[in-house]
Design a protein around this ligand. Structure first.
Ligand code: FAD
Length: 316
């Protein structure tokens, strides 16, 4: 069976959920192999983690030489592993870094690239939601090794034991890949909430909050959700840009998206309409967001959300 390479997305060795989703997808397409680029001391734990989601092989690349540089060396590592493994596809998590690695890799391998897939089936045939969600596109790479970046939450991670055979891979990094260097990095402020783009539930607030995000945040916390915002809320200075969802913000695709006090402008929809279930709370029953929802509540979010929070808390 053909190998499917999955680039492991991790923070200091802690494998992030989107990688388990990619491994689940890889299993549909062939034999999943994980590529872990990180400190050798973190490799064992990472290999254990990916093995539980079906990784038959784990390529471990010590990052001593790579750490401190931007993404170019990672593309070179993948190119070299691909030359050895001749995989049927390479899957990478969609995100700023993942997409840059994928783009560079596609040039190196002279392969076709598909970004932001929301589903990948045998073929591999991908599904993308494009033009602010107005079209759903099925696509297939026709040249070289298919390189596909997949949005978080595209698949529910399914545990399935793999052999997890560790293979230490020694890569050669070119001088040109070391031309851009990280000079400082600042960890994201710890909120105790999941990361917005990978959260299973997102609760967002818009102009309708009037700047009071407390009901949105309390409801999010009762559900273990991430908090998002519309551009109107961000432009008003109520939340930083990192919270913005939409065309000029982040794209999310959670199991459940709750839009509170958000009208549903096309630019906002572009960032959330591939969510599996959409719920809106809006006091205007004519608000466009209601065209999109699975479940809508016409009411004041300052009343509806605290009532919903109390109900969720009671049932815990
Ligand atoms: P509004 O449209 O003002 O809607 C507020 C809603 O809250 C209304 O429907 C109202 O009925 C409801 N409401 C008011 N009070 C309450 C209450 N107490 N309880 C319940 N409901 C209440 N927008 C984004 O979100 N993300 C983007 O990335 C983005 N990119 C853009 C890019 C471009 C190039 C442009 C031109 C625009 C972009 N926008 C983006 C802006 C977008 O067009 C809308 O202006 C914005 O999404 C509106 O935000 P909103 O829904 O919070 O505000």
């Amino acid at each position: 069976m053909s190998e499917i390479l999955v680039l492991v997305d991790h923070v200091d060795g802690a494998v992030r959920k989107p990688t388990f989703e990619l491994l689940t997808i890889a299993k549909r397409l062939g034999e999943p192999s994980a590529v872990f680029i990180g400190g050798a001391d973190k490799a064992d734990a990472a290999a254990e983690a990916v093995k539980k989601y079906g990784a038959e092989k784990v390529y471990v690349v010590d990052d001593t030489e790579i750490k401190g540089y931007l993404v170019a060396p990672k593309a070179e590592v993948l190119q070299q592993i691909a030359a050895q493994a001749n995989p049927a596809a390479i899957l990478i998590t969609s995100g700023a870094e993942g997409k840059e690695i994928a783009g560079r890799l596609a040039i190196k391998l002279e392969s076709g690239l598909i970004t932001d897939a929301v589903d990948v089936q045998e073929g591999p045939v991908t599904t993308q939601s494009v033009f602010a969600g107005n079209f759903t596109v099925k696509a297939k790479v026709t040249k070289g090794t298919p390189i596909i970046t997949v949005k978080p939450n595209a698949a529910a991670p399914e545990e399935s034991a793999g052999a997890g055979a560790v293979e230490k891979f020694s890569a050669t990094i070119s001088d040109s890949a070391k031309k851009a260097q990280i000079v400082a990095s600042q960890p994201r402020e710890a909120t105790g909430r999941p990361e917005l783009t990978e959260a299973a539930i997102v609760v967002s607030g818009g102009r309708g909050t009037g700047g009071n995000f407390e009901p949105v945040e309390n409801f999010a916390d009762s559900l273990g959700a991430a908090v998002g915002a519309s551009r109107a809320a961000v432009d008003s200075g109520w939340k930083p840009h990192a919270f913005q969802i939409g065309q000029t913000g982040k794209t999310v695709s959670p199991q459940l998206y709750v839009a509170a006090g958000i009208s549903g402008a096309i630019q906002h929809r572009a960032g959330m309409q591939t969510s599996k279930t959409i719920v809106a709370v809006n006091k205007d029953e004519e608000a466009p967001i209601f065209e999109l929802v699975d479940f809508g509540v016409v009411g004041d979010l300052h009343t509806v959300l605290p009532a919903a929070t109390a109900e969720v808390t009671k049932r815990k």
